[in-house]
Design a protein around this ligand. Structure first.
Ligand SMILES: [Zn+2]
Ligand SMILES: [Zn+2]
Length: 183
């Protein structure tokens, strides 16, 4: 599971404060991972710093660029509406939404693993990928890039191939995933 999702829903991050500061800035469409955690959760923040110190320059770069996209609740509901007449699917990974300030929220990658991680989006070259940092074990970051369909942001697949369909994920937590005819 993504610890960020819990921290955000419990108001244990600075996301609401950052959102307030971003008001009026039309280009502010995401919040940085390091900013969300900096003062709010010292253990998680320290873990990110440990990974940053001990990793390769490429991963370091991806980590520093990690973010969670800003989404309005209505955008999330629009995306969910698309899936209304489709069969919910099983998936180990999905995207979820957490309201943080009024009708604004953040969308975050989440997963069904019992292990707590910090997961966010990042850019690798021209592609969007998911970066995950485990809270235990060696301080490493895992970057997950998909060849085909993957996680949707703002209702759009991050790697659409033409046959993409949004689906709701079965389970206790609300989530969306994109599926194509190749998987
Ligand atoms: Zn495909
Ligand atoms: Zn897709």
């Amino acid at each position: 599971m993504n610890l960020l999702v819990r921290l955000l829903s419990e108001g244990q991050t600075t996301a609401a404060y950052i959102k307030k500061r971003q008001l009026g800035d039309k280009h502010a469409n995401h919040v940085d991972l390091f900013q969300i955690l900096s003062t709010a959760n010292s253990t998680a923040y320290k873990r990110l710093r440990d990974v940053e110190e001990s990793t390769t320059p490429e991963v370091q770069d991806a980590l520093r660029k990690s973010y969670l996209p800003v989404l309005r609740e209505s955008e999330w509901e629009e995306a969910r509406k698309i899936t209304r007449h489709r069969q919910p699917v099983h998936s180990h990974r999905w995207v979820t939404f957490v309201p943080v300030a009024g009708s604004d929220g953040l969308t975050a990658p989440d997963d069904d693993s019992p292990r707590e991680k910090l997961s966010a989006f990042t850019d690798v070259g021209h592609e969007t990928a998911v970066l995950s940092v485990s809270l235990t074990g060696p301080p490493v970051a895992e970057i997950i890039e998909n060849a085909h369909c993957t996680l949707p942001v703002r209702g759009k697949c991050l790697r659409g191939c033409g046959s993409c369909e949004l689906h709701e994920v079965m389970g206790q937590r609300s989530g969306l995933v994109c599926i194509c005819e190749h998987i």
